[in-house]
Design a binder for this molecule. Sequence first.
Ligand code: MN
Length: 474
Amino acid sequence: MSYNLTVGLEIHAELKTKTKMFCISANDPDEKRPNVNICPVCMAHPGTLPVINREAVKNVLKVGIAVGGEIAEFTEFDRKNYFYPDIPKGYQISQYKYPLISGGSLNNIALERIHLEEDTASSSHDGGGGEAKGSLIDFNRAGVPLMELVTKPVIKTPAEAGAFARELQLLLRTLGVSDANMEKGEMRVEANISISKTAELGTKVEVKNLNSFRSVERAIAYEVERMTKILEGGEGEIAQETRGWDENKQATFSQRKKESAHDYRYFPDPDLPKLKLSELPEFEEKYLMKEIPELPWERRSRFVREYGVKPENAEIFIADKIMGNFFEDAIMRAGGDRPSVTLIENYITSDIMGMMKDSNSFGGVTSQSLVKIVTMIKKGELSSRGAKDTLAILYEKGGDPEIIAKENGFIQQNDEGALKEMVAKIIAENPVVALEYKNGKIAVLQFLIGQGMKLSRGSANPETLKKFFEEALG
Ligand code: MN
């Protein structure tokens, strides 16, 4: 019998606020110069006093509402005591007993809690020059509001963990509370992993430094293998410890033995007020609800249900808000009928995205001009080939698709008289083929239509050509 995997995730996300968690220093993750956005409070000078950032509290509450969690009636901040140079106060202000949010679920994973704390300074240990000249500390990040979300230990596969983290990133971005870029450290995932053959959980290992969705999945899979080997091989026991993830080796490595909670000697921060959230109107659910936009899962199911978008395309429109808005804008302009929706969906996800590559630019294509192309296709004025060519020119140069199509001879020939003349000409020039058709070799029709497309330089409608050939030879 194989082992059952149990994973709980702890995810930290830097909140996108104007100022830091407890002071008025700017919260600017893009600041490259060290120690610019600092003040005596976030530098931990003695005698300074913290002030709670309302915007940060609101951000966490919005996440809580979105996941259906319970907003605390009473909440407070605690000191989490430990020593490290990146936290010179000697403690991190966090929340222990009374988190802002309890419960809720995301992607069918039950949540334990969501609380608010402050980020630490960032340290670099190579002295910045590659060689070990000492350690440097940059306080720009110190005191940045940090949301910590903890799931219940209910995740059963690496893929489920990855999917959860992706959905959370989407949610944070949709709510506008965090950019949640994992490679920038704006969203940091830790996985608590254990395996067991019984209902009782096995020894827990915590893996840190997971800075991509892929490493979340790979680190968990790696741990399952490593732990199974230990248990099966009789090489002693699994140590309860913190491990890191080595991206190059694609392996975890031991970092330190895990402290238990009491080592931090949490206690309520006497410098901060306790909050009775229900008595503060700005934090009321009914007020915050107004600032919550359509959520990723709502948008996903609406796109599939209302527009009949393919699930994989819906995912593109959900993950990329600009793309999703472009799609919806075009649909509205087109009137929302099914053939238009399908054409718009396909042209965006294949042609337009192909031309955009990784850029964010739609080039000269606008939702109006895309709709114009779709209308021309529906009227039979543009073939799909002609539409592709028109789009390519439109992307490069912009302009009016109708004029582009006319100027470049993409308009489909629907002049019946001219087409019939052409059909007669082709038959006269290919008497043998025409005879073969009359003798029952229907397949040669394709050849004749091909000649028509060639003569019209691709502008004839092949369906119309087919009809005329059948009439002329029938
Ligand atoms: Mn934390």
